[in-house]
Every structure is written in C-alpha cells, then in structure tokens.
Design a protein around this ligand. Structure first.
Ligand code: GRF
Length: 188
C-alpha cells in the first residue's frame, strides 16, 4: 500500500482530482490532508471525500513535533497541492525525494517567493510569453527549485488574459499531476 499525505491551502481542485484518480486503486491511500488555512475550500473537499483532515498552525508546522508526527505516518509521498508555506528542512530530511510540488508555470522562470496563483499568470501574460505550463518537481530547501519530474506546456493566444491562462493551466494540472504522482510512487 502506497501512503500519501496531501498538503493544501486553497480551493483543493488538485486534491479532488488526485483523490478521484486513485479512488479505484487499492494500492494507494490518501492517509490525510494537511491544511494551513481555515478558509480553504479544500477542507470541504477533504470532508466530502472522507479523508482525515489535519489543520495546522504556522508554529506547529515548523515544530519538530510535526515532523515526528509526519514520520509516524510512514508515508511514501507528501504531495503539495497548492500549499503556500515553505517546507521545513526537518521534514525534507525526514522524507528525502518524497515530497513533490506542482507549480503553475515553466520553472525556473516565474518561480520563487511571491509567484503563486494569479500572480504567476499575470507575470507570464505581461511578459507576452509564447508558452506557459506546469512544473511538477521534488521539493528541496529552496522554493520551487527541486529536481523537475514533469513539465507540460500550452501556447498563449494573442488575446490571452491571466484568467484564460489560469483555465488552461488548470486543465494541465488535472491531466498530469495524478499521472506524475503515480509514476513517482511506482517509479514507472
Ligand atoms: C494550482 O494552480 C497549483 O499549480 C498551485 O496552486 C494551485 C492550487 O490549486 N500550486 P488548488 O488548491 O489545488 O485548486
């Protein structure tokens, strides 16, 4: 049995898709959802999906106790699905090459502090980039800079807006994130 924890901060569309994708796979279990934002719709999704929810404060998140708690879950993978806090080194060391993140741009461009959500698409559109896309990567101590697992790209139209680009990126996330997770879990 492959055991996954999914960390969320927002809407939870990636959580939803991942849970649905693996719902038919008896070898994969989403053990819990870790959430740092009491307003996140991902909380509703976790409840509707019947997945245990672990709300977390910033202080708890950065404590040695939380790393011990996560180690105790004996996870095969931690999936960051729109999680906005930097992962503490202790957790990265506890789960080397077992934490993955999805970023809504083609890293290394448009990554790092402040580049999240709409801000990313606004910057890409303002720069009149020909392409954008998603990057799924391992998490290390530096924001958005771990080894890349998968990138998928989409062309920007003449009249692309941040909202229209966000919709295209969302489609790529829904299509590729679960597949990338499956590849990492089963090293396909
Ligand atoms: C996605 O755009 C993802 O690329 C980024 O944060 C967003 C999460 O969306 N990391 P959701 O909470 O999964 O809907």
């Amino acid at each position: 049995m492959k055991r996954i924890s999914v960390f969320v901060s927002g809407n939870g569309t990636n959580l939803q898709r991942i849970a649905e994708y693996f719902s038919g796979n008896a070898e994969v279990e989403i053990v819990n959802v870790v959430c740092n934002n009491p307003k996140a719709y991902a909380i509703e999704r976790a409840k509707n999906l019947g997945i245990p929810l672990r709300m977390i404060t910033k202080q708890e998140f950065n404590s040695p106790e939380f790393t011990e708690e996560m180690k105790g879950l004996d996870l095969d993978l931690i999936v960051l699905a729109g999680f906005l806090w930097k992962i503490p080194s202790s957790l990265i060391q506890a789960y080397p090459k077992k934490i993955v993140n999805i970023h809504p741009a083609l890293l290394p461009k448009y990554g790092g502090k402040g580049f999240y959500g709409e801000h990313v698409h606004e910057a890409v559109v303002a720069a009149k980039e020909a392409f954008s896309g998603i990057t799924i990567h391992y998490v290390n101590e530096v924001y958005d800079s771990g080894e890349i697992i998968l990138q998928a790209r989409v062309a920007l139209d003449e009249k692309e807006t941040p909202d229209s680009l966000a919709a295209k990126i969302h489609q790529l996330e829904q299509a590729y994130f679960p597949v990338a997770i499956e590849q990492v879990l089963f090293r396909r």
